[in-house]
Design a protein around this ligand. Structure first.
Ligand code: NAD
Length: 298
């Protein structure tokens, strides 16, 4: 058990359970989130509540963030007088969000001018993995920083070190999320076709899961959130679109054509336009249901 105080900014669907696991492991927390609803359970468990990112960074030397978009990470890190960069105590900022290599590179350089270290540590495994501590945590930072922060990151799951270049772990995360999005889109298409042809949705999923087409959508998203019609997997369409867009942008910047990636990005853009950024990203299947005129249900 440790009683180290760490800062945590952004305690939403992912950050909430991760911060909760830190409390369970004995860490003390200083928390900031723009949503009072998100911070309330932590106040009830004795966490210190801060009024700004800078206040968190004046209480704790290590500050973790789990925030929605690159712009918000930039704002929380560098923004005005209230950013993490203005904290009096902070030595290290760890970004658990999926924000892409661009903002990681930019923010790392600005923080370095103030002798504040940067770690990108995006995670995969969803809300279930965040609660269970079984996330894949992709890390880029100097090797000696890794030794210091690994006990914290291991509270969330298994760490994968990618090197010391800021943004490298973010690139790994974008690669994974484009694939997860592609699996969801392609599975929605074949499921709509199968059901329209007269196949039972549950039987078709069982067949695919015992065959060579199985993937993260057939094994997890369809059984859990689409076949029961709950569409509550726990990841917003707007965030999934953001990840795939960042991935295709990064590929373009590197001169790597992504034909399938661009199609996946556009399917998520259409889903976002139809059902809203806050809808669950499993709503991709609802789009196919509308186009095919069927319901993909168990
Ligand atoms: P979320 O919207 O549930 O949580 C984000 C939290 O940040 C919210 O509590 C929100 O109030 C807070 N916030 C927003 N702006 C803020 C600001 N300026 N200052 C302080 N707090 C602010 O999102 P999430 O699903 O938890 O995702 C967080 C990050 O993790 C995203 O980058 C996402 O892409 C990534 N991610 C999500 C999942 C998932 O399955 N949900 C999985 C892996 C990675």
């Amino acid at each position: 058990m440790t009683d180290q105080l760490v800062g945590f900014i952004g305690v939403g669907r992912m950050g909430g359970p991760m911060a909760s696991r830190l409390l369970d492991a004995g860490y003390r927390l200083c928390i900031y989130d723009v949503s009072a609803e998100a911070t309330a359970p932590f106040a009830a468990r004795g966490a210190q509540l801060a009024a700004s990112p800078a206040e968190v960074a004046s209480s704790a030397d290590i500050v973790l963030v789990s925030l929605p978009t690159p712009d918000i990470v930039r704002q929380v890190a560098l923004g005005g007088n209230a950013g993490v960069i203005n904290g009096s105590k902070v030595r290290l900022m760890i970004d658990l969000s999926t924000t892409g290599p661009g903002v990681a590179t930019e923010v790392a350089a600005k923080l370095a001018e103030r002798r504040i270290g940067w770690v990108d540590a995006p995670v995969s495994g969803g809300v279930t993995g965040a609660k269970a501590g079984t996330l894949a945590v992709m890390v880029s930072c100097p090797q000696k920083t890794l030794g210091e922060i690994e006990p914290i990151l291991k509270t969330f799951g298994k760490t994968f070190y990618t090197g010391d270049k800021p943004g490298l772990a973010q690139t790994a995360k974008l690669a994974n999320n484009l694939l997860a999005g592609a699996a969801l889109v392609a599975t929605s298409e074949v499921m709509a076709m199968g059901v329209k042809a007269g196949l039972d949705a549950k039987v078709l999923i069982d067949i695919i899961n015992a065959s060579s087409g199985r993937n993260s959508a057939t094994q997890d998203k369809f059984p859990r959130a689409i076949l029961p019609g709950t569409f509550d997997f726990g990841f917003a369409t707007g965030l999934s679109y953001k990840d795939v867009r960042l991935c295709v942008d990064e590929a373009e910047a590197l001169g790597v054509p992504m034909v399938v990636g661009a199609a996946v990005r556009e399917m998520l853009a259409v889903t976002k336009a139809r059902f809203g950024a806050d809808s669950d990203f499993t709503s991709v299947a609802k789009l196919l249901e509308e186009w095919a005129g069927v319901k993909i249900r168990a």
